[in-house]
Design a protein around this ligand. Sequence first.
Ligand code: SF4
Ligand code: SF4
Length: 172
Amino acid sequence: MIVPRPKLSWLERSYLPGVVQGLAVTWKHFKDSVTGKTKETLEYPEEKPQLPPGYRGAPVLVKDEEGREKCVACQLCEFICPPRAIRIEPGEIPEESPYAKVEKAPKEFWIDMTRCIFCGLCEEVCPEEAIFLREDCYSITGRTREEMIHNKEKLYELGGILPRPIKKWKNK
Ligand code: SF4
Ligand code: SF4
């Protein structure tokens, strides 16, 4: 199929209507911004953007109120993660440890933020409420791909302490 080339008037061929329309849009945005009708910039990080309802945030690991890691290295989150962004190296808790009631803890835990699609499945599947998507944790940057792979230390640093009902250390 051959699409016929439209016949342009001399005015259209001069591009003037297009230029004027473009300038009109620029002028409207300039006017709105000068009069304060719209505000396009923020004094980040002092000012934070208004997040849309339902915004999830980024996955992090959290500790209980006594600073102990909740994760039991069950690897359910690793299994469920659709883009395979999570990688866990399980470690054993030694028998003589006061926390030996729980057998495993992650020796290492990585989340590749270049792969994560922020779906929240890891949070949903975790039986220990150890992994959360934190809303305030959206400013994730790195200069290299390696920096975008968050290790256990970084994940706990971002997650901090989040008291929740599930406490694996408590004897019933
Ligand atoms: S939010 Fe989704 S994609 Fe990201 S680590 Fe969790 S399960 Fe994987
Ligand atoms: S974060 Fe939760 S689901 Fe993932 S390994 Fe730890 S306990 Fe299991």
